[in-house]
Design a protein around this ligand. Sequence first.
Ligand code: GLU
Length: 336
Amino acid sequence: MKRICVLGVMCIFGLLLAAGCGKEDEAKAPEPKKHAVPQPTFISIGTGSSAGNYYLAGKAIAELVNRKIGTHNLRCSVETTQGSVFNVNAVMAGDLQFGIVQSDRQWQAVKGKSEWKEKGPQDDLRAVFSIYPESVTLVAAVDAGIKSIMDLKGKRVNIGNPGSGHRQNAIDALEAVNIDYKTDMNAESVQATESANLLQDGRIDAFFFTVGHPNRAIRDATVGNRKVRFAIIAGIDKLLVKYPYYTKSIVRSGLYPGAVNEGEIGTFGVKATLVASSQVSDTIAYAVTKEVFENFADFKSLNPTHAHLTKPGMLKGLSATLHPGALRYYKEAGLM
Ligand code: GLU
């Protein structure tokens, strides 16, 4: 009996102590701020490797959005990624809100073809705008005797990493001239960031990169001791008939004085585009579109590849349904 009493007293004492502590904590708790600043919404843009122009385009978009944090309360960041195919998948998974992707991969994703054959059509993919043209560029060492894509048989060639958009462009181009990348040559599958060094160090003979020009990785590849040229891509007409999303394109050798070519080199190409998921709110897609289009001169000057952009041109080359937030801006601005 005596033990029960002692226990009871201890329990009551414990409870009182706990209650007392609680009061003391409450007294110490900071007063809620009267005019608390709302936390910004964080959004990310998936780009490509740091050697590419997607990264610069993404940074330009982010800068324009972040300038208006006071208006839209959006904080935009840029991520380096493996490229177009990775970006489509990351946007669909909700890991990224926006992604820069090649127009041909956008088409394939919407239709559930090529890299999306198993997953099926990416119905929630939405187009925001297109940006600049990208050319399928084949950079080759002069001492390897490569003048055209047909000379790649038996050579070591970087066709690009899985997850990039250019990898499939390289495979399509090789197929058009009956070169099987698995059996007819030594194909490397590394990111474009590696290509310039690999070529200059003699560890590869050539590399493919689908990119807007001018581009840093291509410049780095053309300014070393090993002389390089832009190789001709044959079989383009065949490619244009087979794939509706490819168009004729050129590389201006004047942009790369280190290369041995002169004039324009004919090739095929696509466009860099910005996509989002339908899950991204209209308000966010509207804000991103508006800041790019309303600050167009700045957008053009923030990346050399943007120099020749026009607003109507940025509404072309899209195959996914337009994001309703972007559409709202285009209607408001009289662009549609
Ligand atoms: N077109 C390339 C890709 O889709 C990326 C080019 C770039 O980063 O500028 O992977």
